[in-house]
Write a protein that binds this ligand. Structure first.
Ligand code: ZN
Length: 216
């Protein structure tokens, strides 16, 4: 099997995307996977999902993926942009990453699995991430979870305070005690961190309203 086919299978990239080439940089300890797409691909507006004509491509950029053995693995692609009659020019949604993320969804999933078992400092150190990158991964995971759950009732929630940077900074984590999942993350330890003072997280506020004060 060629490396291109191997990476297509590993990445699980659907048509019209394919692996154009794989570049192994031994000295840097990196694998670079370059993606392309078929010419006759059908693209949809990221806002309304309407089939649209291709406008152009954004400059090529990269996403960090799960390491290949000990090699840091980066996926490269130029994101197509569509021109929607209603919404104008927008980058299409990509099957391997969320908008504005510098990581693939599989990498973010790995980081979340680690975060469920270790401190943010340990995960940041182990995966070579900054605090802001860890925080961004957590926020996107929470947003995805909230979207899936909508207004599902959470019978028992826990509020935990995590210190990092040698105790100089704090994060507040709200978790579902029954299903061991993170519901919300905020970077400080004020009451507003819990979403109880109109911080704009309506989904969380709705969930918390259904919980008895004792549970907090
Ligand atoms: Zn549109």
């Amino acid at each position: 099997m060629q490396d291109r086919q191997l990476y297509e299978q590993i990445l699980g990239i659907p048509s019209p995307w394919f692996v154009e080439r794989v570049e192994l940089k031994l000295e840097e300890g990196e694998v670079h996977v370059h993606l392309g797409h078929h010419e006759q691909a059908v693209w949809r507006c990221a806002e309304c999902d309407r089939e649209c004509s291709l406008y152009d491509h954004a400059p090529s950029r990269s996403w960090r993926h799960l390491d290949t053995c000990q090699y840091r693995t980066l996926v490269h692609a130029a994101t197509p942009r569509t021109e929607c009659p209603k919404h104008g020019v927008h980058a299409v949604r990509l099957p391997w990453a969320e908008p504005h993320s510098r990581f693939t969804l599989l990498f973010e999933r790995l980081a979340i699995d680690w975060l469920l078992a270790a401190s943010q400092t340990a995960v940041a150190g182990g995966l070579g991430l900054s605090w802001d990158e860890v925080h961004g991964i957590m926020q996107r995971a929470v947003a995805r979870g909230l979207k899936r759950r909508e207004a599902e009732a959470i019978p028992r929630i826990g509020v935990d305070e995590k210190a990092f940077c040698k105790g100089h900074r704090y994060a507040t984590l709200v978790t579902d005690l029954d299903q061991s999942r993170v519901l919300y993350v905020a970077e400080d330890r004020k009451q507003a961190s819990l979403g109880l003072e109109g911080t704009g997280d309506a989904a969380l506020e709705l969930q918390i309203r259904g919980v008895s004060p004792q549970a907090l």
